[in-house]
Design a protein around this ligand. Structure first.
Ligand code: BT5
Length: 246
């Protein structure tokens, strides 16, 4: 298993952004970049780390953060901003298009060539929000734990090309900044529509906790509105199984 940190994580060039990256702090090790971001605060602050000892996903799941092999970072927002969990995967997808077939998977994963390459975790404490993004970059299959090997990929695995983490971080922060500017300028509806389209989930038959139905729409919180034999259900959390390829 490769444990070598290939190149220290810094930014490739200064950021020319409006909001994201007002400061950028890079740590060798943190528990979770979201923890550090929420503790420090500062609108637009980016906290990145080579290593997370307790990287996490949603609902208490863990996020595998092999040291030095990925981008593990968080952005701080000091005011609530509706639409962040939708805007972030779109920004990552737009950058990763250059590295393979990048698609957004409901609710906020990004897949590269059909496997998960990125996860997004938005957490808030009072008015402060941390937008956490994890992107696998240098991993080979052996760098993932056994149970993830058939579901996860990295930018280099998917593309077969060498990727500079520093450049990828810069590209993602720049794209993210554009999306944040769009959201702050009243662009929620547009981002919601784009994200909803990108998830390709409307019209599909799904199963969730024993209930089956057809997805009618995705509401403003990102929840699926599903028509089931027992009426309309709203699914915001948990795993869904897609039952057809429509
Ligand atoms: C996510 O949760 O996908 C959100 C992951 C967010 C990670 C970032 S890293 C920076 C910041 N700091 C943190 O502590 N977190 C954020 P969820 O949808 O719940 O998916 C978690 C599931 O993805 C796990 O249960 C595994 O099945 C799978 N998984 C874990 N690590 C993975 C990895 N590195 N690549 C692909 N899949 C992974």
């Amino acid at each position: 298993m490769s444990k070598t940190i290939r190149q220290p994580l810094t930014l490739a060039t200064p950021l020319n952004t409006t909001f994201v990256g007002s400061r950028v702090l890079v740590y060798e090790e943190v528990t979770s970049t979201n923890d550090r971001a929420l503790a420090l605060g500062g609108d637009g602050l980016v906290v990145a780390a080579d290593m997370q000892t307790a990287g996490r996903g949603r609902h208490g799941r863990s996020w595998h953060s092999e040291p030095g092999l990925g981008l593990w970072f968080s952005v701080v927002f000091e005011r609530p901003l509706e639409g962040l969990p939708l805007a972030a995967p779109l920004a990552v997808r737009d950058v990763l298009k250059a590295w393979g077939e990048a698609i957004v998977k409901w609710p906020n994963d990004v897949l590269l060539n059909g496997r998960k390459v990125c996860g997004v975790l938005v957490e808030s404490r009072r008015n402060r929000t941390a937008l956490g993004i994890g992107i696998n970059v240098h991993h080979t299959e052996d760098d993932f734990p056994f149970e993830l090997r058939d579901r996860a990929t990295s930018v280099e695995m998917a593309s077969g090309r060498t990727c500079d983490r520093r450049e990828l971080l810069r590209d993602v922060l720049v794209r993210l900044d554009e999306r944040v500017v769009q959201l702050r300028g009243g662009g929620f509806a547009q981002i919601h529509a784009e994200w909803s389209e990108a998830c390709r989930i409307v019209g599909r038959r799904i199963r969730h906790e024993g209930i089956e139905g057809i997805v009618q729409s995705v509401d403003r919180d990102g929840a699926l509105v599903v028509e089931t034999p027992k009426g309309r259900e709203r699914i915001l959390l948990g795993e869904i199984i897609e039952l057809d390829g429509a």
